[in-house]
Design a protein around this ligand. Sequence first.
Ligand code: TEU
Length: 585
Amino acid sequence: MNCLNKISLILCFIALNFSCKEKTTTERKEEITTEKKWWKEAVVYQIYPRSFKDSDGDGIGDLKGIISKLDYIKGLGIDAVWLNPIFESPNKDNGYDISDYQNIMKQFGTMQDFDSLLKGFKDRGIKVMLDMVLNHCSSEHKWFKDASSSRKSPYYNYFHWWPAEKGEPPYRFSIFDEKGYGWEFNKPTNSYYLHYFGDFQPDLNWENPQLRQDIYKMMRYWCDKGVDGFRMDALAFISKDTTWPPLPKEYSGNWTLYYASGPHLHDYIQEMNREVLSKYDLATVAEAMGDIPRVKKFVDEDRKELNMAYNFEAIDFGYLPGEYKMPDPNGYDFVKWKSIYAKWDSAFTGKGWGTMYLGNHDQPRMLTRWGNDAPEFRDYSSKLLTTFILSMRATPYYYYGDEIGMSNIKFDKVEQYNDVELLTNYEQVKAKGGDLKRFLEGMKISSRDNGRSPMQWDTTVNGGFSKGKPWLPSNENYKTINAAQQEIDTNSFLNYFRKMIKLRKENDVLIYGKFTLLDKENPDVFAYTREFNDQKFLVLLNFKNKIATANTGIDLGKAKVLINNYSLASTDGSLKPYEAIIYKL
Ligand code: TEU
């Protein structure tokens, strides 16, 4: 072989080898992640303890209240619960302002109650996830009380300060501040402290290793007690650029994206993984705001950080730009919304894992926001949303009360609200001379208190939630919409929810199966397939209050209906208002 031939052979070999490698990488990229984990297979039920069940008549839900409902929770068929913060707190943001991470909020009970609750869940095979608020604490926390007394305090560096002698601090936004200003002046230290949320929620200084060690120790305390996971509040915001440069232009107005871009964010999460998470078999889910590339970093297994991330893009969809949670009067672009779900599914194709939810304590009731709470559609649309949540390729997080079709309470007056977010936003609109009537109308759809009204157990006073005056009124519709009534009705939402959970559990394809969006441009129907091994399911969801048709090109002649929210399912793709069907193909 002459020299030229030799070279071309080598080149050819390199090219071949390269193209093979290329192919494997592409193939690997397309392969869906099927590594089994309990937290991928679990259905998580979120309990807002303040509103679930009050055992002592003070109008506030408590741990003993949850204990009294353990069998109800078990009976749902769920696998894990996420409890919103249960730690000691002055409750200016209902527990998201923690004053002692290792004690139970007095209104909720004692540590002994918590231990009994944990045991009660464990005895029933239910895992327990706690809500860790690590970006900030309460201004009543002993760290802050000490830190704010003197610059010499050993805790001064547990927080972010701007000494007043340097003049005004560089602008930072605050979401729960009437003036939208993230620095608050503190006289004893003659300095300003940073608060991305309310001024009663000072941001913790994660750049300080001592603070981080204290946090990890506290987390290990709960893990050693036996908790199974954490929902990590506002975790994307923990790292800050402490040279405090002016806000970069590219983020102006998009404060969540800016706050989610701290320089050492992932160093700290990886450290937390080494120091705490890797030592236990935990489920961890991050409030990881930001775009997909940012969010993926939290959950890429190779990076050794967390397990799951929320999809904020879909839940925050349909609001008017530049206004806080003001629903677009023309509704939302359904085709775009579907594409967001498809995009977030493919973001976690090969690596990471997502979550699926349509409601939580920061959201209005899913029935009002994404379904239809009018009497004629309440039943169908509630079941449709449940079918959607439980048939996607992500861990479902299902909010208490949605299983019985609770809807928005729709307050008329600002005085009826409790939520700090609503109240500060109201003041902001007022200060700008905005249209308060319009604001309050919008909030009937989107405000957080809509999702926080007490659980509707039965037809007794306050829906059986409390014998006292509830901290937030019960929705008057408890007289017809309640768990007791739905328990006896075999066709109720509650029983549909149980049926849908069973279907998911019995069919791996609904957990691990590849998701493919079909009939993308259909303005009414959400259609997709799920495929795993030799199984293929088709999901058809008519999100509109009129008859619609799915054009999937799939012959339904031989398809088997696995679940349907009407008594008879069609075989030609036509769907009744809010009809939901899952077929086995
Ligand atoms: O919310 C994080 C957050 O950034 C909020 O903007 C949230 O998205 C907003 O309230 C939606 O309307 C978490 C908690 O879930 C929330 O309840 C707390 O109030 C907040 O952190 C502060 O801890």
